[in-house]
Every structure is written in C-alpha cells, then in structure tokens.
Design a protein around this ligand. Structure first.
Ligand code: DGJ
Length: 465
C-alpha cells in the first residue's frame, strides 16, 4: 500500500509543487502590489501632511526657510599666447576651481574683503544683526573673530553664549611638500555673546606650549575642532579636541578642564579613544547628562560614537562603529523630539564637498543617511555645502525645530582668513526632493539648511534669548 501510495503521493506532490510555486509567486506579487499601494497612500499622506505642517509651521520659520538663488558669473578666460594654448588646451574652469584658485578674478565672491566686514560695534540701524555667510566677522575690538572648527556652549549660569574655536592668526605654510596647509598651534580662542552676533574676545583659554617639544600642545603640532561642555555633577567645563602631529599620524583626542567658561583650561592628556585612531571629532551632551564623543576613525573611513564617563574626562568601554565605509568627517550632532541628527562632510582636506544629514533613534545607531540637507543657492553651492564644512549645530532656545548650522569656509592659502558660514537649519517641512523612505515608511524629518546671502534671527527670538 505504501508502495502504491508513495508513487501517487509523489505524483501528487510534483503537481502540487508547481501549484504551490505559483501560489507563492502570486502571493509575492500580491504583497508587492499591496506594499506599493500602501507606499503610494503613505506618500500622498505625507505630502498632505507636509502641506499641512508647512501651513501650520511657525511664520518665523517660514521666513527663515525662504531661500536665495545664486548666480555666480564666471570670469572671462585669461588671455594666453597661441603657443601656450596649443601646448595645453584649456579646459573650461568650474566654479570650484575658481574657489580654490587664490588668484581667481572672482575671489571676492567667496572671500569678500574687509570693506564688507560685519562690525557689530557700528550702529547699522535697520541693518543690524544680519549674518552674512562668508564675510569677515569682527569682534567688539574690531578684530576678525578667530574661532575656526568651533562650537558654542550656552552657559546656563551666566546666560551667556561662549564660542570656542581654533585661533589661527598665524602664517599658513606647508611643513612638507605634500602635507596639508597648516598654521602652528596658537591655542583655543573664546568669545562671549548675549545675542549671538556681538562677540567679545575672552582671549586664549588654552594656549600653545612654546618650549617643550614633546608636549601635545607644542606649536609644531595640530589642535583642531575644540568643543566645550559643562558637567553639572563636577561643576567643571570640559574641553575635548583633536590632537595630532604635523603628519596627522598621532590621531588622538586631547582633554582639558576648567572651573570657568573663560578658562584658563588645564590640559590633562591625550589618548586614542577606545584605542582607535581619531581625527575630526565632536562631543555631544544629551538631555539626561550623558555626554558622547563622535570621531572619524580607521583612516577616516567610518565614525565611532561612545559615551564619556561621568566626569567627561575619559571614554568608557562602550563604542559603536557607524557609517562604516562612508568616509565622513566634520561631524555635528543635534537632537530633536527624541531623534538624533548629524551633519557630516566628505574627506577632501580643506576643500569643500557635499554635506550629508544622518538620523538615528538611538545615539549609538544604527544611523541612516538622509541625503544632502543644503537648499537654495545653485547646484554648485548646494554640492559644496555653501563652500564650507560643518562644525556645529546650535539648538535655538524658544523655537523647537530651529537650529543654527555653523560651518567653516576654509581658505587653505591663508587659513587665518577662513570665514564662517552660519545658516538657519530646520527640521520637518516640505522636502525639495524625495526623502529616503524604507519601503514607504517615512521615519525621519527632513533636515534642511537654507542658503541666504544675508539673514538674521527674527526680532522676537533675539529678544527672547
Ligand atoms: C579636514 C578637517 O575637517 C579639518 O579639520 C582639517 O583636519 C583638514 N582636513 C586638514 O587638511
């Protein structure tokens, strides 16, 4: 019986296998159709919501989200002798070539001269409080602000903003023929402000070491991207920074501490966090008081993120590798409605490149890449992060979802003359391009940085601060 049964069962099963195959195929097709339909419904829902949200968005945000266009007129090609032209036919120059060319005829567009500087001490009447990305920005003594690769601490106790950054007011040179342009370490500059526009120079809060050549802060080394946070438990201001040697092979972080936001900071030590190489870095203090370090590692091919200890003076054993293989640097992290966001740049030394926004539900990841957050200007402007590189994102108190994006427009020929690009950054609102959805399930708000030739915080926000 079993003999009879078996062959017939086998026959039945071969018929049934093709039958079940087609059931599977049709089920998959059905599922895909359903998914597609659902994603279409979701998309239209999102679009409606976006319209709704943009209509219900704060009018102040809408004003800041009005972008400007840029029309950069390329210079006429310079005259060359017919022989030179024959030897090397000229390829058309691109805007980015002009930006990188110190002798470009349109250099003033990228690096406007002193005549156009922002001088908060002069009463500009109705023109006061405007940020002009790329212009020279003077402190209250009339000197260009020196706080490159910097970040801002809002000190609750004095209700004052402190801007810390690389003080680069020295000559630019190349230590080696192939090495990156550099300025010797001078120290970390600090500026204070109540209105985020008028900045008083508080001096060098951490100074270079002149004599001891083995010291991390010896002027021949590298000190970049200093950031300061306040530790509520210890009552100390803690600074973390990228410490390196002239060849960028030390690849470490340095830690300094002070009782006052205006220093002086005591330099403690440097380390390779989690025993990994670390170059561009930042620190981020979460709402619950836990602070994190984020650094480019494994030769800048990935980022690492991990909590600091309670005193903020060391890392812990916890660390995760994120954006592996994506080669990102210049991280600037911020948080909104429980979601973590980050802006990063590509790795092209001092030359600008395309920014990317990333988001995560948990700070330790996984992180998802959302795309280029830059809006307005023109394609070149957007693809070069407005000719600048991210350094910090400052949450704006009183207007949730509104941030100031801070970036450096590096001038590799004369690093002390690098400029600041501050622009409004908002979360949510209408997207100018489709967001990256996972199977039609939107999760993240759009991160948008809006190009403005000039802009200012709405009066009511400035008064609120
Ligand atoms: C890019 C980094 O973001 C800067 O901080 C600096 O390290 C330069 N590279 C040096 O080339």
């Amino acid at each position: 019986m079993s003999r009879n049964f078996f062959p017939s069962a086998t026959r039945w099963s071969s018929g049934s296998s093709s039958c079940s195959m087609s059931i599977v195929v049709w089920s998959v097709v059905g599922c895909l159709l359903m998914l597609h339909l659902y994603s279409l419904i979701c998309q239209s829902d999102i679009q409606n919501k976006e319209i709704d949200t943009s209509m219900s968005r704060h009018p102040l945000l809408l004003k800041l989200e009005e972008v400007e266009e840029e029309n950069i007129k390329m210079p006429r090609p310079r005259r060359r002798s017919p022989r030179a032209a024959k030897r090397k036919p000229r390829r058309p120059t691109a805007v980015i070539d002009e930006f990188l060319d110190e002798s470009s005829q349109i250099r003033h567009i990228f690096f406007p001269d002193m005549k156009t500087s922002i001088d908060p001490t002069k009463d500009a009447g109705n023109d006061s409080f405007f940020y002009y990305p790329g212009r020279i920005w003077l402190d209250t003594e009339g000197n260009p602000i020196q706080a490159h690769g910097g970040g801002i601490l809002f000190d609750e106790r004095s209700r004052t903003y402190y801007w810390y950054g690389e003080y680069k007011d020295g000559p630019t040179y190349h230590a080696h023929r192939k090495g990156a342009a550099r300025v010797d370490i001078i120290g970390v500059g600090c500026y204070s402000s109540k209105d985020l526009w008028t900045w008083k120079n508080e001096g060098l809060v951490l100074a270079a070491e002149g004599k001891n050549e083995t010291h991390d802060l010896h002027r021949s080394n590298v000190l970049e991207r200093p950031k300061v946070i306040y530790n509520n438990k210890t009552g100390k201001y803690v600074m973390w920074m990228h410490i390196d040697n002239v060849n960028y092979t030390k690849a470490s972080v340095g830690i300094a501490v002070s009782d006052s936001p205006t220093g002086p900071f005591d330099y403690l030590y440097s380390q390779r966090p989690h025993e990994f190489d670390s170059r561009d870095m930042t620190i981020f203090k979460d709402d619950n008081g836990i602070a994190y370090i984020i650094y480019s590692s494994v030769d800048n091919s990935e980022l690492h993120i991990g909590p600091l200890n309670e005193e903020y003076l060391n890392v812990t054993r916890v660390v995760t590798r994120i954006l592996v293989g994506q080669h990102r640097e210049a991280p600037a992290l911020f948080k909104h409605e429980g979601i973590y966001y980050m802006i990063t740049s590509g790795c092209t030394s001092w030359a600008p490149n395309k920014a990317l926004a990333h988001a995560a539900k948990s700070i330790l990841g996984p992180w998802e890449t959302l795309g280029n957050p830059c809006i307005g200007g023109n394609k070149v402007v957007r693809f070069t992060t407005f000719f600048s590189q991210s350094t910090y994102v400052l949450p704006f108190p009183g207007l949730p979802g509104f941030f100031i994006f801070m970036a450096d427009r590096w001038n590799p020929a004369n690093l002390r003359d690098s400029r600041y690009v501050w622009l409004p950054l908002t979360l949510g609102g209408a997207a100018d391009q489709p967001l990256e959805y996972t199977f039609g399930f939107p999760f993240w708000s759009r991160v948008s940085i809006y190009w403005h030739k000039r802009w200012r915080l709405p009066d009511i926000l400035r008064e609120k601060k």
